[in-house]
Design a protein around this ligand. Structure first.
Ligand SMILES: [Zn+2]
Length: 561
């Protein structure tokens, strides 16, 4: 693409995303996979988490403009600022700036088309959650003021979803020569074109490596064969217009990051693999990597390793410390909306996990979700049209099962049992009384109430609060000695016009493990017209006991990153 058309394209994408500070591109929408090319995510071996089938991978939804311009991090939390007199409030499902890259990777462009541009790549190996979590946080929790940051948090998304280093061989050995028949050929071609984009001025490839790299032998965990806590360069300098002094840049980063260590033993070192000069086995391996491909094409590039000895939030903390140091050196201005500590990183990773489908016909709040969500409406005869509040979130069909798995990086947040049905598109909001006060609530929103809610009657529509058994009905039913509550949600009931309180619900039908959040679904005949979520919150205190991202040490190549 020549300069003008590329510029035009970037401007177009930015206009689509309103704010000009965020945009996400899915490679599927730009690169068309040849029909005969096998889908990357068809056959994940050796794992019960192997979930994909050829026809089931959802096509990506069109790159629509989210109605709200900012990224997910700015979506109001329902209760984070709970006032004394806790009022009903709605959380919009529309703030879903991401969509899962089911057959490729996603590229998020932050900042303006300015200069310089840092490219951050995570997830080239799927079992290194420190790197891909850090990259995802850049995409969703940072704002770039001056310069630009491009982020690919999920280069090998299929391997991330199955918690493996690789699916079809090590992706970080495919940058020198690659058979066009290789299942990852398209991905490699696509990421190469990103790397070579004339706007990209420096590249970071994020990894989690074993132990702690040390230039001399200290012990089994700390020695020259280890990779953790290192900044890797292939050579001291390259021929590039800027940032060409790789070793000097790495020295500055190392010095800065070593001032933020949680423990002195975590200190970073520079590792020069002497890729071009040396004839060692390691150097030979390094000639096949993404970083060396960039170097050979005049792009300053660094491999960044956090240690696999840490849990994910510590790894991501160190990665972000390194990335921020690079940004400062490059003159890129940034803001981050969480505190840069391992605890702050963990909270940011677990915050605001939402998934919305079919233009917000429904939205799932996934913090603290139950292990299974049953009878979720899916549109009959259509691919699910999913958007997410964060990168690394996706819903994928499970091979040989009726269920779909909601994945967040290496984790499974919940499983969904779909109920396929027709959809009715004639309703975009509900008139509700929330604690007695009138509100118009859009489909896909989550509302929080202290005591009760009511959905006003609409001619032709049926409202059913899943799992709600009004006391009156229960009493009436209880008059019959053989009454027992239904085991499945009853969707035939008309509950519009009824005031429904927390005690009216059978807790096992809640979306969350705490029994606070319930689905209110609307039907027109047999067709699903939309859903809102109602959360009961007496204290106004949000309990988030989501488990941390699992830090797993997968099989690691003897040659490291
Ligand atoms: Zn790696």
């Amino acid at each position: 693409m020549h300069r003008f058309s590329r510029r035009y394209f970037v401007l177009f994408v930015m206009a689509v995303f309103l704010s000009g500070v965020y945009c996400g591109i899915h490679w599927n929408s730009i690169y068309t996979r040849p029909p005969e090319a096998p889908s990357l995510i068809t056959d994940a071996p050796n794992t019960p988490e192997s979930v994909f089938s050829e026809g089931a991978a959802a096509p990506l939804p069109p790159e629509e403009s989210p109605a709200a311009p900012m990224h997910a991090a700015t979506a109001p939390s329902p209760t984070s600022d709970a006032p004394d007199a806790f009022a009903a409030q709605a959380v919009a499902a529309e703030k879903m700036p991401f969509s899962p890259p089911l057959s490729s990777f996603s590229l998020h462009k932050l900042g303006s088309e300015g200069d310089p541009t840092l490219l951050v790549i995570g997830g080239i190996q799927g079992d290194e959650p420190g790197g891909f979590s850090a990259a995802a946080l850049i995409a969703s929790h940072y704002t770039i003021g001056k310069g630009a940051v491009w982020v690919v948090p999920d280069l090998n998304f299929a391997s991330i979803l199955v918690r493996g280093r690789e699916l079809h061989g090590d992706m970080n050995r495919k940058f020198a020569d690659l058979d066009p028949k290789d299942p990852e050929y398209d991905i490699i071609t696509q990421i190469k074109s990103v790397l070579l984009d004339e706007q990209v001025s420096l590249v970071l490839n994020l990894h989690d490596g074993s132990g702690f790299y040390r230039p001399t032998w200290e012990d089994a965990l700390r020695n020259p064969k280890r990779w953790g806590q290192s900044v890797i360069i292939d050579q001291e300098e390259i021929d590039a217009p800027r940032f060409n002094l790789l070793y000097e840049t790495a020295l500055k980063v190392k010095a800065e990051v070593n001032q933020t260590l949680i423990d002195p033993v975590h200190r970073y070192h520079i590792r020069n693999t002497l890729t071009a000069q040396s004839s060692t086995e390691t150097a030979k391996e390094m000639t096949k990597t993404l970083s060396y491909f960039a170097i050979c094409n005049g792009k300053p590039a660094f491999g960044i390793e956090a240690s696999k000895e840490f849990s994910t939030e510590y790894r991501a903390y160190y990665h972000l410390s390194v990335i921020e140091s690079f940004m400062r050196q490059m003159g890129i201005a940034f803001e981050r909306d969480f505190e840069l500590t391992p605890q702050g990183v963990l909270a940011a990773l677990n915050s605001d996990l939402k998934l919305a489908a079919y233009d917000n016909k429904w939205m799932l709040q996934l913090d603290n979700a139950r292990p299974t969500i049953n009878f979720l409406p899916f549109k009959k005869g259509a691919e699910p049209d999913i958007r997410t509040s964060k990168p690394l979130l996706a819903i994928v069909p499970e091979k040989g099962q009726p269920t779909w798995r909601v994945a967040y990086g290496n984790r499974t947040l919940t499983r969904v049992n779909p109920e396929f049905m027709d959809f009715d598109d004639s309703l975009d909001s509900l008139d509700m009384l929330l604690d007695g006060k009138p509100h118009r609530v859009r489909m896909g929103d989550l509302v929080t109430v202290r005591d009760s809610f009511l959905v006003k009657s609409m001619p032709g529509f049926r409202v059913t609060a899943i799992g709600a058994l009004k006391e009156a009905e229960a009493n009436a039913a209880g008059a019959h000695k053989d009454f027992s509550p239904p085991q499945q949600p009853v969707k035939k009931k008309q509950q519009a016009g009824l005031t429904i309180a927390h005690k009216d619900f059978m807790p096992r039908f809640s979306l969350d493990k705490n029994g606070t959040t319930y689905r209110v679904e609307v039907y027109k005949g047999a067709a699903f017209a939309g859903m809102v979520l109602v959360r009961f919150d007496k204290e106004g205190a949000f309990v988030n006991d989501a488990v941390p991202l699992t830090a797993i040490s997968g099989p690691e190549s003897a040659f490291g990153f």
